[in-house]
Design a protein around this ligand. Structure first.
Ligand code: EPU
Length: 321
């Protein structure tokens, strides 16, 4: 896949923003992904030029699987201009926090815990930028990003100017903001209740310890691969019950620790290895439990079969026999 030619970006844009030739395996926690042209966006005035080009938005790369051939679009990451936080003084037990979408979620949690403001600590240990957390409505079984967000600044696909939306305008669902694919989040406002910093710190430490005990955090992965089919049927438990823990194809492996993680222990896995494991899991879940498993991770230029209904995969396999 030819990468986007950097010389098609205007000299002004290239002067005001960093432009790099990258391998996306270096910018994703799964450590898979081919080459791309990356723009680190510093100037809002360059948004119109970039929006007119084929583009993709990159956050922390924690929930993303990229094809080995890379992507032909410009990959845009928010730079220092979107990496700020402002904590307001509490009034009547609540404080307004403004945060840029490029800001790291772990840093937001550290800042709000220190200031004794409750809410974000429930997401302790979730790897994300604020923009990525909003886009995915990142969460745990008890807490979601949109729980504590009151307004977001977004650029909707097809629009040329950013605008602020109230929380009520965000449909919000399990692992989704509910806004269209391609929406760019630029900033968020949160109204947080005053809490006891020591209790908030204890909660964040407990959540991080629980995650470290139950998830393979030491190995490259994209976090949970699949959405939970239902609250009573967690994907990890299902894959475990299907007997697939530890199955390895090429460099990719279904984690022994948490079966909803596909890990890349030696950083040698290709997207084809991951696709083969995903296919194996989806086929087993369909034939043995009649469950269609849906990917949670976002995919860029990956094989289409990652999203195909398992029935069609079975038909395809039957044709090959
Ligand atoms: N389980 C197994 N075997 C496994 C994995 C899990 O039996 O291999 C069982 C657990 O023992 C537990 C149940 O399945 O009884 C649920 O597991 P867990 O508590 O780990 O929660 P989860 O539903 O698998 C969700 C989120 C995680 C988040 C955790 C903790 C999804 C798909 N996953 O996992 O999010 O960290 O809750 O709150 O909603 C992510 O989105 O990338 C992610 C890791």
């Amino acid at each position: 896949m030819p990468v986007f030619p950097a010389d098609q970006l205007s000299p002004d844009l290239r002067r005001r923003n960093q432009v790099h030739a990258v391998r996306l395996s270096e910018l994703t926690t799964m450590r898979i992904g081919g080459p791309a042209t990356l723009v680190i966006l510093e100037e809002r005035k360059d948004l119109p030029e970039l929006l007119a080009l084929p583009h993709r938005w990159l956050g922390r790369g924690a929930n993303l699987l990229v094809g080995d051939q890379g992507v032909g679009e410009v990959v845009i990451k928010l730079g220092a201009a979107f990496d700020s936080i402002a904590l307001g003084a509490p009034v009547d037990g609540k404080a307004l926090v403004k945060v840029g979408a490029g800001y790291d979620l772990a840093r937001l949690i550290a800042a709000t815990v220190k200031a004794g403001l409750a809410g974000p600590e429930g997401l302790a240990g979730v790897p994300a930028t604020i923009g990525g957390a909003l886009r995915m409505n990142a969460g745990t079984s008890t807490c979601w990003t949109l729980d504590w967000v009151t307004r977001v600044e977004v650029l909707l696909p097809g629009e040329s100017a950013p605008r602020w939306l109230d929380r009520a305008a965000l449909p919000g669902a399990y692992r989704s903001s509910g806004l269209p694919t391609g929406t760019l989040f630029l900033a968020a406002e949160l109204v947080l209740a005053v809490g006891d910093p020591e209790l908030l710190r204890a909660t964040s430490v407990r959540l991080k310890q629980a995650k470290a005990a139950s998830q393979p955090l030491a190995l490259p992965s994209a976090g949970c691969m699949f959405k939970n089919p239902s609250p009573t049927c967690p994907a990890g438990k299902l894959i475990d019950e299907l007997g697939l823990k530890g199955v390895r194809i090429g460099g990719a492996e279904i984690s022994q620790i948490h079966a909803n993680f596909i890990v890349n222990p030696q950083r040698t896995a290709t997207v084809a290895d991951v696709t083969a494991l995903v296919r194996r899991i989806r086929r087993s879940a369909w034939t043995q439990r009649n469950i269609v498993m849906e990917l949670e991770v976002e995919t860029w230029d990956c094989p289409a079969e990652l999203h195909a209904h398992p029935e069609t995969l079975l038909e395809h396999d039957a044709c090959l026999r």
